[in-house]
Design a protein around this ligand. Structure first.
Ligand code: AMP
Ligand code: GLC
Length: 459
């Protein structure tokens, strides 16, 4: 334990010193408004009674996976609470969208992986950040932090970078209604086994990975200005859209962007959110060789192993067997040739890299501190706040895993295992006992680790 305390303190200093070395990050593609509501038992029960408890409860067992009625909405919320699982369903009905707006929210935040990372990397870490925003209404623009956050805009033929607040347009508000609940939250006879959230997604743009003209026509100019790029938001893709568009149309454009980024030597990270459609998931795995790095959790890694490995290993990954996770990461690296894989789960992170260095571990430790800060406060606002997370307890249970790793790999030292052609890095993470909110922690982890590692390796 004492060892990790010292490693955490050093990692924080190293990361803080290195972050100013990063000259520019590009974030694509999903940005939206997150309207967060902390669920209230009485209010929720009253609303469900009004609609009809029986009708709502039916949806819990037979999930519709999308929202066409109020039964679907509340059935989804209850299912998420019952299983303690994060879920996100698309809202198809205008009537439900109106209801959601009228139900109001407790707090608005910038949302979408790209949007969240923009406020973190640009707003908190002070790294010049270019972000893609499908729509830029005033309500959303105001949620961006001050600082070096930019959107590209054409002025005549010239591409200019301005803060989103300076490019407000009369465009659509893409709202994701997020219903958060704490561990133990009780509604009727249903109790949440852990904290989590249900998302009702009322956003027609990110659902088809809509790209602005600047990104379609001026991407080369944008790529020239950055050293790093983080791509996310492709998880929502469907096979076909009513107007004839398919996921391939989007992925061809993304591939073209990756070719340009690679040509300019930009290091790229893909944030692999859970992708329900199997065909799309396969296509995303095929795209991985074009990336430098990928970030994922146990559900996402298992969903990949279902395709490139076998059902048995996928199951073990889901159950959290650490050696199965390591096998799965090795398979993914063999299959795609990707240089860096960052796995995060509750209590520990692993990284598998085709290069060596303590920076990989320090970056994971820094990410764990950033995640704990985010969990504690709901929102990270200033980089100095991360220091407070040093006093959050480090996960005790990960120590058992550490011992197992030590037994299996004799060269294991200070979290690092030299596997001759690869390095495996393990860190136990900080765990916040009662997090204020859960949305965006994964994004905080992956982006903090990716950029800080790059900054530290650059020195
Ligand atoms: P994701 O699964 O991508 O949404 O990311 C969630 C991640 O956040 C998990 O893998 C954990 O590593 C981290 N996390 C979740 N809850 C907490 C908490 N209470 N304290 C610290 N980290 C957390
Ligand atoms: C998904 C949700 C978005 C949320 C993000 C957090 O992209 O659609 O609302 O902000 O996940 O990771």
């Amino acid at each position: 334990m004492r060892l990790w305390k010292r490693l955490y303190v050093n990692a924080l200093e190293n990361a803080l010193n290195a972050i100013p070395n990063i000259e520019g990050v590009l974030l694509g593609y999903n940005t939206n408004i997150d309207a967060i509501k902390y669920l209230d038992k009485d209010d929720l029960e009253k609303r469900i009674e009004e609609i009809g408890k029986d009708k709502v409860f039916k949806v819990i067992e037979n999930p519709s996976e999308k929202i066409s009625s109020l039964e679907d909405l509340f059935g989804g919320i209850l299912r998420s609470i019952k299983l303690g699982k994060a879920m996100e369903w698309f809202v198809e009905s205008e009537e439900v969208r109106k209801y959601l707006r009228e139900w109001e929210w407790d707090e608005l935040r910038i949302g979408g992986q790209a949007g969240i990372m923009a406020n973190l990397l640009g707003g908190v870490y002070g790294i010049p950040t270019i972000v893609h925003i499908p729509q830029n209404p005033k309500l959303q623009a105001e949620l961006f932090a001050d600082g070096p956050i930019y959107v590209p805009v054409f002025e005549g033929d010239e591409l200019k970078l301005v803060h989103p607040k300076e490019a407000v347009a009369d465009e659509e508000e893409l709202i994701h209604y997020i219903y958060e609940f704490p561990k133990g939250f009780q509604v009727f006879d249903i109790q949440a086994p852990r904290e989590n959230r249900f998302i009702a997604n009322a956003d027609d743009y990110n659902a088809r990975v809509y790209m602005r003209k600047e990104f379609r026509e001026g991407f080369e100019e944008i790529a020239k200005k950055v050293e790093l790029a983080i791509i996310s938001g492709l998880q929502v893709l469907k096979e076909h859209y009513p107007d004839g568009m398919t996921y391939r149309d989007v992925l061809d454009r993304v591939e073209n962007h990756l070719n340009i980024l690679n040509r300019y030597n930009v290091k790229t990270h893909f944030e692999f959110a859970y992708t329900a459609n199997r065909r799309v998931r396969e296509a995303l795995i095929e795209l991985l060789p074009k990336f430098t790095s990928v970030g994922l959790n146990e559900v996402e890694l298992a969903s990949i192993i279902e395709i490139i490995g076998d059902e048995e290993l996928a199951k073990e990954v889901l159950e959290g067997h650490v050696f199965s996770v390591i096998d799965a990461m090795n398979i993914l690296m063999d299959e795609t040739g990707i240089e860096r894989i960052h796995f995060h789960t509750y209590g520990y992170y692993l990284a598998l890299t085709q290069y060596m260095g303590e920076e990989v571990r320090d970056a994971l430790l820094f990410a764990s501190l950033a995640a704990a800060t985010k969990a504690m406060r709901g929102n990270l606002e200033r980089i100095e706040q991360i220091r407070d997370a040093l006093s959050v307890p480090t996960n005790e249970r990960a120590m058992i895993l550490e011992e197992e790793l030590e037994k299996e790999f004799t060269e294991f030292e200070n979290g690092i295992i030299d596997m001759t052609d690869r390095q495996l890095t393990f860190v136990p993470t900080k765990i916040v006992a009662s997090p204020k909110s859960t949305v965006g922690i994964g994004d905080t982890i992956s982006s903090s680790a990716f950029v800080s590692e790059f900054g530290m390796r650059k020195k």
